[in-house]
Every structure is written in C-alpha cells, then in structure tokens.
Design a binder for this molecule. Structure first.
Ligand code: LLP
Length: 443
C-alpha cells in the first residue's frame, strides 16, 4: 500500500515521502493524503464492475472528501461523481467533471438546485420524494424542446432493510427519511396513470424515469443483507416493467466500510463484497424472464453504477497532531492534549468513532527508550476546544507521551476534513498531498 505504517519512532512513509519531510513543513494539525492510494481504490471498483457489466460507472461520493487534488485525481482516473447539493454541483463542474458524468442524489433538493443542474447538462438525477418526481417529470415535459440534454432519472427506493452500523449511518430502514417506499410508488403510479387519456401521453410523460437507486447505509462491514436488497430491487423493476417503465440503470449506492479499530476491511474486501453483491444480482435477475429480455443475456442493455465515498478515500489519509502536554488526574484519567480538536477531526465526537492512533514521531529521540519502557498506557486524547465533547480518542493505548510527540490517526480520508468546522474560530486544518514520491500540494 502507498501508505506504509511503521511505528515506535522508526518512521512512517507516505508514498515514499518520509514523515520527517512532512513534519518539516510545520503544519500540524494536518491531513496527509496519498493520491496514488485514491486512484488505486477507483481502479479496484472499476475492475469489479467490469467483470460483470460492460456499461458501468463509479460515481465518487464527493461528500466524503471534496479537497481539490482528490477531485482532480478521481477525475483523471476516469470516474464520475456523486453530488448532493448545488455547492457540490458547482465544485464538480469547476473541477472539470463532464456534466454527463455527474449524478445528483440527495434528500430534500430545492427546485432551484435541480433546475440549475439540469440546465447545466446534468447526466443523472436520483429522486427521493414522489412530489419531487412529479415536479421533475412535469418540468422535463414542459421544457423538452428547450433543454439540450435530459438527465436520466432514477427513483431512490427505500427497501426497508436494517443494516448493522451506527444509527446515524443507516439509510434504508422504515424509520429512515431516505428514499421512496415501494408501496407508495405503486399507489402513486396507478393514480397518475389513470389521469392520462391515452397510452402515448402516459409513455411520453414517464419516459425520463430510467433507473432505480438504493443506498442502505454507510460503513457497512457485513454483506448478509445483499440477497434481500437485490430481491426488492428486482421486484420493483418487474412491477415497473408491467407498467411500461423500462429500467435500464441500477445504482447500488455506496456504503462499503473501512477498517475500524484494527478490524480489517480493506481493499481486498472491497472487491470481495462488491463481487458478492453483483453476482447475487446477476444470478437473481436470471429468474425474471422479462427483465432478462430487456437487458439481454449478457446484461449489455443494463447500466450499473455505484457511489462509494468512504472506501475510496478513507485509507489514503492520516491525520497528524502534535502533543501540547499531558496530565494525570487519576490512574484512569490520563489526558494527552494535542493541537488538533473535534472541529478538525470530528468523527470521534460525532459518532463515537474509533480511529486507530499511534505515536509516529518522538520529539526527543534520546528518550524513546524511556518512553517505551513505561509500557502501554490508556490515554484520553483531547483537543483545545472549550467542551468535554472535544476528544479524538477516549482510550488510546500508547506509551508515555511527551510534549512535541506527533500522533497519527489512521483511516482519516473520509468525512473528516470535509466535516471540519471553525468552531471556536479555529483555522481549518492544513492538508498535504503526496503523489509518486513527491509532495505536490500544501493547503
Ligand atoms: N450515496 C448516498 C446516497 C449517500 O447518502 C452516501 C453517504 C454515499 C453514497 C456514500 O457512502 P459511503 O460509500 O461513503 O459510505 N458522515 C458520516 C457518513 C455519512 C454518509 C452519508 N451518505 C461518517 O462520518 O461516518
């Protein structure tokens, strides 16, 4: 992997760039990203998709990390991009993504948001509410002649499936605000269909609807839900088919997890899990004769996409923060104060997330032996923000810590820098990007 982890003060190497070189830039707290690692993940996704489907796309979910060198790397790797707001639309266009490679998903879009994207040539639009679908179909019908290009519309299905992840990251269950329940769509379609005088008008009205989309949650590390998910998707596609809606696009969303607290779920697992999902789909689809006719035996008439965020960028990045001081309130309350805080690295305080941490640079090289000789202690790693919710770790097993030591937090590329805030009017953390053995950008 481009991110080599070597600890106990023996140095950490990021894409052949030594930590020493990075620390000499004096940027703490700072995110350090290997762009080669990002490109590698996109390739893995592409490889798995290509194995099953000729027509496919990886739409990188830019909410995970929208730093410009990352967007540039993703664009150059040939992937498309998944956006959720007009801000992300503008950033994606500015980064040079072709509008037809942009997929706009998102719960609660404003009319002016989807209109701006549609008139800008948006490729794919996922709808999350039936009233949004009505409005968009009406708009496309009215504007038909004026619009240069039409986006392909897909319906985000709420499959009512429970997944095993943090409650804030579940998005496909009945108690979730996301997506449209199948029975709601069924009722809506039958009602609407009744209002058309002839079939031709009905077909023309519904024609932009070409896809189905699901995203059941994030940081998923088990795949036992895939068969049920696939069945719900295929049943819904079959129902649509019987009402003359030909689904030619299936989007499986994102969600694949990354290692948490030493539990491995890395690149190889991405291929394994994706392979299982896609093969489940391919095998189950063979039981739906009409759909197989629609898609052909080799699925060449089906476009399949995914929208991964975390699994593309998380492992490419570490967060480095410097020790300011330490304090012992009691045996159980050993505090390590660092210059990074909850607003720089928010996942521990927001979700109780555990990111593996290590001392990667000892300030005083002559005391390394002494620091290590204390054995491992349980540290609470806390920042300078004025509240007790400001912790980066509640329990890190590390040796004796000293002022000036540098601690690294791993798997820090997703939903960390992109969710940083300026709470307490602290400046946003720096970023260093490394590629092919060179530091190519410092922000
Ligand atoms: N597609 C949709 C519709 C989504 O809502 C999301 C993530 C993704 C794709 C990308 O999912 P991923 O592959 O990254 O799991 N801030 C939270 C994560 C929120 C995820 C939101 N939706 C965290 O720090 O864990």
């Amino acid at each position: 992997s481009p991110l080599e982890k070597r600890t106990n003060g023996n140095g950490l190497v990021i894409d052949s760039v030594s930590l020493e070189k990075i620390l000499s830039l004096n940027r703490s707290p700072v995110y350090v990203t290997s762009l080669n690692a990002v490109a590698e993940r996109v390739k893995q996704y592409k490889k798995s998709l290509n194995y099953f489907f000729r027509n496919n796309e990886v739409f990188y979910a830019m909410k995970a990390n929208f730093s410009s060198p990352i967007l540039e790397e993703i664009k150059n790797s040939g992937a498309g991009i998944d956006i959720v707001s007009i801000g992300e639309w503008r950033a994606a266009v500015q980064a040079g993504f072709a509008p037809e490679k942009i997929c706009f998903a998102g719960v609660g879009k404003k009319e002016e948001e989807w209109k701006e994207a549609i008139t800008g040539g948006l490729g794919y639009l996922s709808v999350e509410h039936l009233s949004e679908l009505s409005d968009i179909l009406y708009y496309l019908g009215e504007e038909k002649a004026k619009l240069k290009k039409h986006p392909k519309i897909s319906l985000r299905l709420n499959p009512s499936i429970e997944v095993d992840t943090h409650p804030h990251l579940k998005t496909g269950a009945l108690n979730s605000k996301f997506g449209i329940l199948f029975e709601h769509f069924e009722k809506w379609l039958l009602n609407k269909k009744d209002t058309f005088k002839n079939k031709k008008d009905y077909l023309s009205w519904i024609s932009p609807l070409k896809g189905l989309h699901v995203h059941v949650g994030s940081q998923l590390t088990e795949n036992s839900i895939f068969p049920l998910l696939v069945k719900k998707l295929l049943d819904c596609t079959q129902f649509m088919y019987t009402h003359d809606i030909a689904i030619h696009h299936i989007d499986f969303g994102g969600g694949l997890g990354v290692p948490v607290n030493g539990v491995s779920f890395d690149g190889e697992d991405i291929e394994k899990h994706l392979h299982f999902l896609l093969s489940t789909f391919v095998n189950s689809a063979r039981n739906y004769a009409q759909l197989m006719q629609l898609w052909q035996e080799d699925f060449s008439k089906l476009f399949v996409s995914v929208e991964p965020g975390r699994s593309i960028v998380a492992s490419s990045t570490i967060f480095l923060t410097k020790v300011l001081f330490e304090k012992k309130n009691s045996e159980e309350n050993l505090f390590c104060y660092v210059d990074g805080a909850m607003n720089d690295f928010p996942r521990p305080s927001l979700y109780g997330a555990i990111h593996h941490s290590e001392i990667v640079n000892f300030k005083n090289k002559s005391s390394i032996e002494k620091q290590l000789s204390h054995g491992l202690l349980k540290w609470k790693i806390v920042g300078p923000v004025c509240e007790s919710g400001d912790f980066l770790s509640k329990e890190s097993l590390l040796p004796q810590i000293q002022k000036g030591d540098v601690i690294a937090f791993f798997e820090a590329g997703a939903y960390c820098r992109s969710m940083a805030s300026q709470y307490n009017l602290r400046p946003l953390p720096s970023e260093i990007f490394v590629k092919n053995g060179n530091i190519i950008k410092v922000i």
